[in-house]
Design a binder for this molecule. Structure first.
Ligand code: ARG
Length: 561
């Protein structure tokens, strides 16, 4: 719509402002009664050395077009009301024609984005932070694909490091195979915590841990067997969560995968004269960036998290030739990412400018950081199951005959958790409350799913075949609000992508759902009159965009609830 207006303005203003600039300047008035679009004249005032009010008055006389039903100067603004019928037809037609492809673009054609997401640690509980990373990262992948990129979702598992030496020692000393088999992560985590308790009184244990990790690094048979087993059983536990969330990965190459690529990184750093000794350890100095040095190799020769991330970044560039590499990791790791990005920069890789750290805030419970560690564990899987259970109960009360109730309950319960995570800007902390995220009225996933299902149910009742409908334009205020929102969808997707911010889409979906529910309260869609085709077409467009928007968030849209 902005483009239409800019086309007209541009004919008069091309000597002073570019078309692109005009599009940028056009605003949406706060109140719909003030018009559909507003052009502020401040920028022109600077160029023309006249008052913006005067310019606005002159412009009103100069611009004429069939697409306006009214043009008026309001102070320094030129407000226009668009000709609703004429404007709405191509918008709705485009949606009906493109269906779920509506809003796609080819911006990223031929380019690859690597997304590092989820990345839990083996033998440790899947935390709220990992949930956030999974959900935000998955949505960013969907959005990036929508704007034409190829994506590679990588689960950079925390499956390497000295902690595995400790865990092996703990398991061999105090562990019980049957217990671990029955409940792997819970038992292994218990053993790990126990190790630390014991090590407080007996510091020699730390050394035992180091010895076992050394064995693992050197390929010792028993160490490798244990590590493989820990990894396998942990992955099985995680997989249940991924299945519930319906998230897939293109690669599970975690930290261990880079074990045999460490020497190369260290050699490269040495060749480039970047490694310096510090208390027997090897580090890269980052004082020019006002950052502490990046630790590459400990004095005992062991490599670190950062070393493995360096190897991973180089490997990903060589393998996928990414134009962007995104790391969806909690805000507490900001320093690590700054450091290792700068090390790559010092190594002279210009692709580092495509690397983006995409942090997010904490999940809080009653104002405190929500912990999935230690005894007071709230296991994430239990949380998801509880959400699913509550939606099941809801369905049994409201729609006991629903045929695929279990699947719908999963879609709604999980959708509630995901939407709750994605509805606020990702860097905000979010407060966890199952009750509020499941509310069918309110800013929730179920609210949007319910709106979508309601629209689907009207369409099912239509006596006109949906593939025969055609849109002839609608001009009432309720429809117009919806049409304007539908028109924004492509722009919303692009904004969400450029900011790596799924909440742009969540907020948009809430607006669209609210406008549709207002419409639905006022208009009798199925009444047979000369506009029934147009109303049905509008509904099809709303259903299409709601479902597609939810899909971009990683949420399913059941047709019936
Ligand atoms: N495993 C890490 C953790 O749980 C997150 C890894 C993030 N990805 C990365 N490439 N460093 O804290």
């Amino acid at each position: 719509m902005k483009t239409y207006y800019a086309d007209v303005l541009s004919k008069v203003l091309y000597e002073h402002l570019s078309h692109e600039k005009i599009v940028q300047l056009i605003e949406t008035p706060k109140y719909e009664t003030h018009g559909d679009l507003a052009f502020p004249c401040f920028e022109l005032a600077k160029v023309l050395k006249k008052s913006p009010v005067q310019i606005a008055n002159e412009l009103v006389e100069q611009i004429h077009s069939d697409i306006f039903s009214k043009v008026e100067a309001v102070g320094p603004y030129v407000n226009v009301f668009l000709n609703r019928k004429e404007i709405s037809i191509p918008i709705i037609e485009e949606i009906l024609q493109k269906k779920e492809k509506y809003g796609s673009s080819i911006e990223g054609k031929g380019q690859t984005i690597v997304v590092d997401l989820s990345s839990p640690n083996i033998a440790k509980p899947f935390s709220m932070g990992h949930l956030r990373s999974t959900v935000i990262g998955n949505s960013i992948c969907q959005i990036a694909q929508k704007v034409g990129y190829q994506t590679v979702g990588i689960n950079h598992l925390g499956d390497w490091g000295t902690q595995f030496g400790k865990l092996m020692y703990a398991y061999l000393t105090w562990g019980d195979e049957a217990k671990v088999k029955a409940s792997p992560i819970k038992e292994l985590n218990k053993l790990y915590v126990y190790f630390h308790e014991m090590a407080q009184d007996n510091p020699a244990l730390e050394n035992e841990g180091r010895i076992w990790f050394k064995k693992l690094e050197e390929g010792d048979e028993e160490a490798t067997r244990l590590w493989t087993w820990f990894r396998e059983v942990s992955l099985k536990d995680f997989q249940r969560i991924y299945d519930l969330l319906d998230v897939q990965f293109d690669s599970y190459n975690g930290e261990a995968f880079f074990n045999d690529k460490m020497d190369d990184v260290v050699r490269l750093l040495e060749e480039k004269n970047l490694l310096i000794e510090s208390d027997g350890a090897k580090v890269v100095d980052l004082s020019e960036y006002n950052l502490p040095p990046c630790l590459i190799k400990k004095s005992d020769g062991a490599t670190l998290y950062a070393t493995r991330d360096l190897a991973a970044a180089i490997y990903r560039q060589n393998t996928y030739h990414f134009s962007q590499a995104i790391y969806v990791v909690g805000g507490e790791q900001a320093l690590h990412f700054q450091q290792f990005f700068h090390v790559l920069e010092k190594m002279g890789y210009d692709w580092v400018k495509g690397m983006k750290y995409v942090p997010f805030g904490l999940m809080m419970k009653d104002g405190k950081k929500m912990s999935t560690r230690k005894g007071k564990t709230i296991l994430l899987e239990e949380v998801l199951q509880e959400a699913i259970g509550l939606s099941k109960k809801n369905i049994q009360e409201k729609n006991p005959d629903l045929s695929n109730a279990d699947e719908v309950a999963r879609q709604v319960g999980v959708g509630a958790v995901i939407f709750h995570d994605l509805k606020n800007e990702r860097t905000n902390n979010c407060e966890f409350s199952l009750e509020s995220m499941l509310k069918p009225e309110g800013e929730t996933g179920p609210y949007i799913q319910y709106t979508h299902a309601r629209a689907c149910s009207i369409l099912r009742k239509s006596s006109i075949a949906l593939d025969k409908i055609h849109f002839n334009g609608l001009t009432d205020d309720y429809s117009w609000t919806i049409i304007k929102l539908l028109e924004q969808f492509p722009e919303i997707i692009s904004r969400a992508f450029h900011r790596y911010e799924p909440s742009v889409i969540s907020k948009y979906l809430l607006d669209l759902a609210q406008s549709f529910n207002k419409y639905y309260g006022q208009v009798r869609v199925l009444e047979v009159d000369e506009q029934i085709h147009s109303r049905l077409a509008l509904l099809v467009a709303v259903v299409t965009v709601l479902a597609e928007g939810l899909r971009l968030l990683g949420i399913q849209a059941p047709q019936e609830m």
